[in-house]
Structure formats: structure tokens, C-alpha cells
Design a protein around this ligand. Structure first.
Ligand code: SF4
Length: 276
């Protein structure tokens, strides 16, 4: 296990976010995708997930949409401080919230008018459909994962990534590998997913090839790896092939160190042929 701990401020909630330390061994990987996830374990803190309160997790993920964790974390903390009261259900408290006050409370997360509307609608939905955050939490943790996912996707403002994050961080559902922009880019660049694959197709490849218990770590570690090494415009290998610790397992689809050019894998002429 690496000494580099995952940052405390992270979509997973860092060490406080319900993660449990785990250890993975690249030598025993059955697929390239699994080997990549195991190798990420040499860079970041390995863990499995689950145990977060489902409604709090849903609110946190809505706040994190289209922004960095650095911006959404203070918004989340401010929302909890203002609206979480031991005597009142959080869904009830947010369903009754004044929209402009809520928007002001979460302003650091950006798109606060839109997000405040979505959070109030979501709180009203939880209240109407489940009665309380406790009942909603039980549904997310105990019901069939596909049913939970489909139910969450019916809520306005909840997309596939938000639904998957709730399933993963709250339900601890193994085998859920949420695909954000980093995950989508990196596994197509590596040649593990087809170059033209959309988010759902990349998710299907990863959930097929990465064992259930490693999917959550794979998601958060890949995001961190994308930020540190394999960014959209300046992957580390562009100037120095030795600079990326994954260079030996990567096909660099759409990355051309000879010319300094970087394109989306979907825009490469022969990228499709690199897929497993
Ligand atoms: S070798 Fe380049 S394209 Fe491949 S993972 Fe590393 S930085 Fe990204």
C-alpha cells in the first residue's frame, strides 16, 4: 500500500467517507483493466466503499456536478450545518427550504440556482416516495441495484454518474464503476475500452473486467490519476514517455508525442481496432 493517502477532500469523503482499507496485487490480475486498477493501488490509498448515508451522498454528488471537489465540499458542509437538525428529517428540512437561501448557502459549488432547485425537488421526492431519509437509505442499501439505479435516474437532475456514486458510496455495491470524464477518457486512451465508446459502454467494459470489490477504488483512483498524470490536454507522456507510471500498459490512443498532438480517442482513425 502506498504511503500517499487519498486527499481528505474528495468526492468519496476521504478517510471519513466510509472507505475501508484494502490491498490489491497486480500480479494476480486477470484482465488489463484489473491490472491498471491494481497498479493504481501502488500510487493511491486502496480501499473499498460503502456505508455513507444515501440521501447525504445524493446531495453531495448533486453539489459536485460540473465542479471540483474543492468547490463542492464547503457547499456541502455549509448545507449540512444549516439544514441538518437532529429533530427534523434532512429531506423534510430541505424540501421546506427557501430556495434563494439554499442557493446562497451552496454558492461555492457553482450553478447554485439550478442545484438548489434540484436539491429541493429531490428532497420532496424522497419525502413523498419513501417518507424519510432512513427509509430511502434502506432502499438504496437493500433493493436490487438495477432497480435503485433506474429509480434514481427518474429524478430530475440525477444522471448515470450520480446514480452510480450513490450506489457505490452509500450502498457499497460492488461492481459499480461510475464513469466520469476522467474515467471515460483514460480507459479509451489505454485501449481498454473501444475508442468511440460512450460513458455507458466504458462502464460496461470496466464492470465486466474489474472485480466487484475493486470498482469503487478504481473510480476514485482513476480520477486522481487523471488529474495528476493523464489530463485531457497534457498527458504526462506527451513530453516524457518515462513520466507516466502506466506507460507500459497504455496504448496512448489519440496521444502523439512525436507531434505533441492530443485528440479524443473517438477522433482517431484506427482507435476502434485497439479495443479489447
Ligand atoms: S501513457 Fe500517457 S496516455 Fe497513457 S495513461 Fe500515461 S499519461 Fe495517459
Amino acid at each position: 500500500m502506498s504511503d500517499d493517502q487519498e486527499p481528505a477532500v474528495n468526492i468519496s469523503g476521504g478517510v471519513e467517507g466510509g472507505g475501508v482499507a484494502a490491498e490489491f496485487d497486480p500480479a494476480t490480475a486477470d484482465t488489463r483493466a484489473e491490472e491498471v486498477v491494481d497498479r493504481l493501488g501502488e500510487l493511491y490509498w486502496e480501499k473499498t466503499y460503502g456505508g455513507q448515508d444515501a440521501f447525504t451522498c445524493l446531495v453531495r454528488t448533486i453539489l459536485s456536478q460540473n465542479t471540483s471537489d474543492k468547490a463542492s465540499q464547503p457547499a456541502h458542509d455549509a448545507l449540512i450545518e444549516r439544514y441538518n437538525d437532529d429533530d427534523v428529517d434532512l429531506a423534510e428540512s430541505l424540501a421546506d427550504a427557501d430556495r434563494s437561501t439554499l442557493a446562497e448557502t451552496i454558492s461555492s459549488a457553482g450553478l447554485y440556482n439550478q442545484k438548489s432547485e434540484i436539491i429541493i425537488d429531490t428532497a420532496e421526492w424522497v419525502k413523498a416516495e419513501f417518507g424519510s431519509v432512513t427509509e430511502f437509505d434502506a432502499f438504496v442499501k437493500d433493493a436490487d441495484p438495477e432497480t435503485v439505479r433506474e429509480t434514481l435516474l427518474e429524478v430530475r437532475g440525477v444522471g448515470p454518474k450520480t446514480a452510480d456514486c450513490v450506489l457505490l458510496f452509500a450502498g457499497g455495491r460492488g461492481g459499480v464503476f461510475p464513469v466520469d470524464t476522467h474515467v471515460h477518457r483514460i480507459y479509451r486512451r489505454m485501449g481498454i475500452a473501444p475508442s468511440a465508446a460512450d460513458h455507458e459502454a466504458v462502464r460496461a467494459v470496466l464492470e465486466r473486467d474489474v472485480p466487484a470489490a475493486k470498482c469503487g477504488f478504481g473510480h476514485t483512483a482513476t480520477i486522481q490519476f487523471g488529474r495528476e498524470y493523464c489530463s485531457a490536454r497534457k498527458p504526462a507522456c506527451l513530453e516524457d514517455p518515462e513520466a507516466c507510471p502506466m506507460a507500459d500498459v497504455c496504448e496512448q490512443v489519440g496521444v502523439y508525442p512525436e507531434t505533441g498532438e492530443v485528440v479524443d480517442p473517438a477522433d482517431t482513425p484506427d482507435g476502434d481496432e485497439t479495443a479489447d
